[in-house]
Design a protein around this ligand. Structure first.
Ligand code: ADP
Ligand code: MG
Length: 382
């Protein structure tokens, strides 16, 4: 339950973010540019968001004292990752305004609940079946068949917590390998393109859509986002309509990202959603009038939403930890006109860890794609 809707929070107010990763960092930077004070809750002393906040509460996400303190300090609180304990958000919501609502954050933490929510609002999903425990594997396989993907219901990200399934024996082995935790079994779809819808909605019901982003993954991790997306406009419109129905249906307040598949036969399928800004929306930092993080501030504060207009074609390139040997050759990247670099202040580079990204801006999408390829080669990405 959230408190009644807040008055408009003007610059000078204090905004909290639960979670101190790169999304929290970019939220904090946007908020501070606009004259807000920022409080971050994250146990990691080196937290990317903690580095740029006025106050960094270094405590676990379920620390009652820290949550109480955050509730006292903040005029409103948002989150930057889905896996904040729902009870913590509920505790905060008794003391301050929390948006998005704890309930929707909780729903998005569980792939089964998320799919059911999407279906309730008329979204097509992949065929799926719940696997509460190993006893449900045979039934799930009889519903979904092969080829399939087994995904843990909770805590999966960047392709982690997933296994490809070709037959029943493989399913049994995959479930055991995932620790026997509750999962969903999903039919593996013939995907032509992946893309995401990014929107913001305020408590008063104003809604703003960003241009959809086309997403290319590598080893399960987002690699490139391409905008404008190379998908037919009716597919983009169908996806926007689905995302709007969800946002309006749950009376969403904040930035919402919804991932979709465009199938070979032209159908548009809901994949998953994130109740926050999204990696595939990082292009907005340099290519749109209003970034997704400024928009998150505006939505949280009840301000008018910013202009989402795309100013230039753009390709966003993720920078993962394997490039740190010990540092990428920044001079090889930054010599190119149209490149905008964003680093997250992480000191420990690990393979697959998101360390930063850069946006390639160019007068045509073709040029932006070429710039992304040239600069990647210069950085030594194979
Ligand atoms: P994550 O939380 O790791 O992003 P996703 O559910 O988005 O999990 O899956 C990661 C990637 O796996 C997707 O971007 C897509 O490339 C692929 N994928 C996921 N579900 C399916 C499916 N049902 N059929 C085919 N490919 C899929
Ligand atoms: Mg995904």
């Amino acid at each position: 339950m959230t408190l009644s809707r807040p008055r408009v929070l003007l610059p000078g107010a204090t905004l909290g973010v639960v979670g101190g990763g790169q999304l929290g960092r970019m939220f904090a930077l946007a908020a501070r540019v606009m004259g807000y004070r920022v409080v971050v809750l994250d146990p990691d002393p080196a937290s990317p968001a903690g580095q740029v906040a006025e106050v960094h509460l270094r405590a676990p996400y379920d620390d009652a004292v820290a949550l109480m303190r955050m509730g006292e300090l903040c005029d409103a609180v948002t989150t930057e990752f889905e896996n904040v304990p729902a009870a913590s958000l509920a505790m905060l919501a008794r003391r301050t305004h929390v948006a998005p609502a704890p309930q929707i954050v909780e729903t998005a933490q569980d792939r089964l609940h998320e799919k059911r929510l999407a279906e309730r609002y008329g979204c097509a999903t992949a065929p799926y079946a719940n696997v509460e425990d190993a006893g449900e594997l045979v039934h799930a396989f009889s519903v979904v068949g092969a080829p399939a993907l087994l995904k843990t219901r909770r805590l999966g990200y960047d392709g982690k917590g997933q296994a490809r399934v070709e037959d029943l024996d493989g399913l049994v082995a995959a479930h055991a390998a995932l620790g026997g935790v509750p999962c969903v079994l999903e039919g593996r779809l013939p995907i032509a393109r992946e893309f995401s819808v990014l929107l913001a909605r305020t408590a008063s019901g104003e809604i703003a859509f960003y241009p959809v982003a086309e997403n290319l993954h590598r080893a399960g991790i987002l690699d490139l986002s391409i905008v404008p997306a190379r998908i037919p406009e009716p597919a983009a419109q169908a996806a926007r309509d689905m995302a709007r129905r969800i946002a309006e249906g749950v009376d969403y307040q904040g930035v919402l990202a919804v991932e979709f598949f465009l199938l070979d036969d032209g159908r548009v399928v809901f994949n998953e959603m994130a109740p926050r800004p999204h990696n595939s929306g990082h292009y907005t930092l340099d290519a749109c009038v209003t970034s997704q993080f400024e928009q998150q501030v505006r939505a949280l504060c009840g301000l008018p939403l910013g202009d989402t207009r795309l100013l230039t074609p753009v390709v966003m390139v993720n920078l993962l930890g394997e490039l740190w040997t010990p540092q990428p050759r920044w001079e090889a990247l930054l010599g190119h006109a149209g490149v905008k670099l964003h680093l997250y202040g992480k000191t420990q580079a690990r393979p697959g860890r998101k360390m930063g990204h850069y946006n390639c801006l160019a007068p045509t999408l073709e040029d932006a794609l070429a710039l992304a390829q040239t600069t990647r080669r210069a950085l030594g990405v194979v």
